[in-house]
Design a binder for this molecule. Structure first.
Ligand SMILES: N[C@@H](CCC(=O)N[C@@H](CS)C(=O)NCC(=O)O)C(=O)O
Length: 206
């Protein structure tokens, strides 16, 4: 970012998927701006220009481009801040694993988990979503065997995406069968950048 380039601006709401982007921004450690979108403004013409579904997060980049989808935003932030070391170089086999785990986070962890949590609230105990999450959790449990982070010793954007979804499962005590995942969640929550992001995400909604 040159001296003339404004910092990125995150449009967010507390206690939403916005925390993924806040966590990335805090790991990167460079200045950024924040705008909280009040509930009533989500469907305003102004916010719909940032996010066509009226959701959060959305990120305005230094050149004025605005983008949405938390996974895409996190990948872009990793790419434009190579010094932060949150993503390996394009074309490397480590980079392939980043794509793999980031897509896994949204397709195989988040989607069935959110559905399963909804079903549990309705008293449904057995379901396809539960079975799918269990299979994904077991796959991550073995991937994390004897390693701190998904790519080994280095924390990456893939960990932001996967650990954040698993934190949601852990807070509902759904990770009991997978001790490696519980330990992974603890490690992720002990990162100072995560604590700073969580403090922002926990602010009251306007
Ligand atoms: N796939 C999107 C999901 C975005 C999303 O559903 N955001 C929720 C908060 S976690 C939202 O804005 N909900 C408000 C609404 O739908 O009105 C992403 O990962 O960014």
């Amino acid at each position: 970012m040159s001296a003339a380039t404004p910092p990125p601006r995150l449009y967010y709401m507390p206690r939403t998927r916005s925390i993924r982007v806040l966590w990335m921004l805090e790991e990167i450690g460079k200045p950024y701006d924040l705008t909280q979108i009040p509930g009533a403004e989500r469907r305003s013409a102004e916010h719909l220009r940032r996010h066509p579904l009226g959701r959060v997060p959305a990120l305005e980049l230094g050149d004025g481009t605005t983008m949405f989808e938390s996974a895409a935003i996190c990948l872009q932030l990793a790419d434009i801040n190579p010094d932060a070391g949150l993503i390996p170089s394009p074309g490397s086999s480590e980079r392939a694993l980043i794509y793999q785990w980031v897509v896994f986070a949204v397709a195989e962890l988040e989607a069935p988990l959110f559905r399963w949590i909804r079903e549990l609230g309705e008293g449904i105990l057995e379901s396809a979503a539960r079975d799918r999450f269990i299979a994904a959790a077991a796959a991550m449990e073995s991937a994390l065997d004897a390693r701190d982070w998904l790519l080994g010793a280095t924390f990456t954007v893939a960990d932001v995406m996967c650990a954040r979804v698993l934190q949601g499962a852990d807070s509902r005590e759904l990770l009991r069968p997978w001790p490696q995942l519980e330990a992974y969640v603890r490690r992720s929550e002990s990162r100072p950048a995560y604590a700073r992001a969580a403090a922002i995400s926990d602010r009251p909604r306007t």
